[in-house]
Ligand binder design. Structure first.
Ligand code: SF4
Ligand code: SF4
Length: 367
């Protein structure tokens, strides 16, 4: 693995941490660091993706700036994680999307929105967008069912393939040397789903100062589970339409609508809170260079949730057509950007947690 300045800095800091070990009980990173004999590039990539960026070790560190050692693990690992997103991008030329990621996310969103709106205007009867549509199949008078599902399926499948290729490359280089048993996989996934390592030793994250808080963990849960509920809503709606012959829109208390409303509310609350926490975060321990991409993805998720809820609330009015086209444009950009935005951190962090569980078990079979 070619060594970047960030990688070399991460090694320097881990060597200091390995001698110090003060933060051993903070998260999975420090015990995992202590299990390594030398810090190869792959090991450092694994440790960086194991880090949940809780900031705890920065506030605890006696060697943090202005100390001459300048240890700043959260910032260094955030930069190294971003390098790993580029390294494991598939296809490789699209790794460039992580350079100026904020611009890439914003411009893809703008192009998707404009594309869907223009396509609807061009391919439907004049005035379709401005007219009210009601009853079963009303959505498909704006965007035909075949076009809606066809575009969603192609973009989603491509994104899943790109994420899977990235995951395979990550595991080949930075995964565990021992094949993980099912117990390790379950443990790793459980740690990913509960964000156990955002506990900072039980007290939570240091959002902006020395004070501990569980806010970030709960907001991340609201966002992640909101996203999953929205995905379940879309899948259920597709099942209803394709297999049961029941076209959208659905009744207020139907499964797709209930899942979508709960998911949308969670997404809206989670992303609003996370945007706020990022605004008030301490810049000294943050990788500010990456803020553009972080804000852009949070903003896109916020817009997707807000437009979905607005569509639900106004679907019997003349605004329905325009709102549906806007919502679909935002969902299209989200599908396209899954492998080329911070969304990928969920995949690599889950794999790092699975390696952590496998390595812990290999070191001590009673664990
Ligand atoms: S972050 Fe600082 S205090 Fe914590 S282990 Fe490393 S050197 Fe020690
Ligand atoms: S998870 Fe928190 S304590 Fe652990 S390395 Fe990352 S910032 Fe430091």
């Amino acid at each position: 693995m070619p060594e970047s300045d960030v990688l070399i800095e991460a090694r320097r800091e881990m060597e200091i941490c390995n001698a110090c070990r003060y933060c051993e009980g903070f998260c999975a990173v420090f015990p995992a660091m202590a299990r390594e004999r030398a810090f190869s590039g792959a090991d450092l990539t694994y440790l960086a993706n194991l880090c949940h960026n809780c900031q705890g070790c920065y506030y605890a560190c006696q060697y943090a700036p202005p100390h001459p050692f300048g240890v700043n693990v959260p910032r260094t690992f955030a930069l190294l994680r971003e390098e790993s997103y580029r390294r494991y991008s598939w296809p490789q030329p699209l790794a460039r999307a992580f350079e100026s990621n904020g611009f890439v996310v914003a411009s893809t969103t703008a192009v998707s929105l404009a594309g869907v709106l223009l396509a609807v205007v061009a391919l439907t009867e004049r005035g379709t967008l401005a007219r009210g549509h009601a009853g079963p199949g009303a959505f498909y008078e704006i965007v035909p069912w075949a076009a809606m599902t066809g575009v969603a399926l192609v973009t989603m499948l491509f994104s899943i393939l790109a994420l899977a290729m990235g995951a395979a490359m990550f595991w080949r280089e930075a995964g565990s040397a021992v094949a993980p048993r099912s117990r390790a996989i379950v443990r790793g996934l459980r740690d990913a789903l509960t964000l156990r390592n955002l506990g900072g030793g039980g007290h939570g994250c240091n959002d902006s100062d020395e004070a501990f808080s569980q806010r970030r963990r709960y907001l991340h849960h609201a966002m992640a589970y909101g996203f999953l509920a929205c995905f379940a809503s879309t899948t259920t709606a597709a099942f209803y339409a394709y297999f049961l012959g029941r076209p959208a829109p659905y009744a207020l208390f139907s499964l797709p609508v209930v899942l979508g409303a709960i998911g949308g509310a969670g997404l809206l609350a989670g992303t609003s809170g996370l945007i706020w926490l990022k605004i008030v975060s301490n810049r000294a321990s943050a990788a500010e260079r990456l803020f553009g991409g972080d804000f852009a993805l949070l903003g896109l998720l916020w817009l997707a949730a807000a437009s979905g809820l607005l569509l639900l609330g106004l679907r019997t009015t003349d605004a329905m057509g325009t709102l549906l086209a806007i919502h679909l444009g935002l969902i299209l950009s989200l599908f396209l950007l899954l492998p080329y935005s911070k969304f990928v951190h969920g995949v690599y962090r889950s794999l790092a947690l699975i390696r952590d569980a496998a390595d812990r078990h290999a070191a001590d079979p009673t664990v």
